[in-house]
Design a binder for this molecule. Structure first.
Ligand code: HEM
Ligand code: HEM
Length: 178
């Protein structure tokens, strides 16, 4: 990833995978407790606490990385008019996940608490799809070369690149001598 230390992309993928895996492990309990939907399996009590702790800690880590992405990656992509739609959606879903996570913790009302937990779970699933879209799109655009980026920004001024001057080569130097 341009502008980031080696290993940043691996760490980002690790944090996202941790969130997805722990979130999916928590999901059967959420569905049972918040929506009365009983699946065949769910985490036992002690396992749930550990998984929820890992999930919350992973959330802090992921948001730290999103902060780092904001300072270079998002702003440089935005300025170059590249992957704005998928990037903006991805950033917005991450923000909504963070807000709904606070609501999962602190909303007292039972019905509202259940609704925010389900919304949080739905946003988590959406995040996986959006991230895949954004990443694939980035890879394809890079393979096609940056010429593709220009097609999305026709209003930007073209850089003037001076043409090389033609070199005149006399086809018959022998004639000149004569
Ligand atoms: C406004 C927001 C964003 C914009 C404009 C944006 C723009 C871009 C662009 C232009 C690329 C193509 C490769 C490059 O030039 O680096 C890209 C790739 C990528 N973006 Fe974003 N992005 C945004 C938000 C995000 C967010 C929030 C994440 C992570 C949670 C993210 C993760 C990635 C990853 C993992 C790649 C692939 C990098 C690689 O293959 O090296 N982006 N993005
Ligand atoms: C930025 C990303 C995310 C943040 C900051 C975040 C944060 C949190 C926090 C703090 C909790 C409360 C933990 C507890 O119960 O003690 C939580 C719960 C939960 N999260 Fe996330 N999460 C994120 C992404 C995800 C994803 C990707 C998924 C699913 C695929 C997910 C699914 C869940 C579920 C099912 C719960 C349990 C809700 C309940 O209490 O019933 N989260 N999340």
């Amino acid at each position: 990833m341009k502008g980031y230390p080696n290993g940043f992309l691996t760490a980002l993928l690790g944090a996202l995978s941790l969130m997805l895996v722990t979130g999916l492990l928590l999901a059967p309990t959420t569905l049972a407790m918040r929506a009365d939907i009983a699946l065949a399996w769910r985490l036992p009590g002690s396992g749930r606490v550990l998984t929820a702790a890992l999930h919350a800690a992973g959330g802090f880590l992921l948001l730290l990385m999103v902060g780092a992405l904001w300072s270079v990656h998002m702003r440089s992509g935005w300025r170059r008019h590249r992957q704005r739609a998928s990037g903006l959606l991805l950033g917005s879903v991450l923000l909504a996940l963070a807000v709904s996570a606070v609501a999962v913790y602190y909303v007292g009302d039972e019905a509202l608490g259940a609704a925010t937990a389900i919304v949080h779970l739905g946003l988590g699933l959406l995040l996986a799809g959006l991230f895949g879209w954004h990443w694939l799109h980035g890879h394809r655009a890079r393979r096609r070369g940056h010429a593709h980026g220009r097609a999305h920004a026709p209003h930007l001024p073209h850089r003037h690149v001076p043409r090389p001057r033609p070199v005149h080569v006399d086809p018959s130097p022998a004639k000149e001598q004569a």
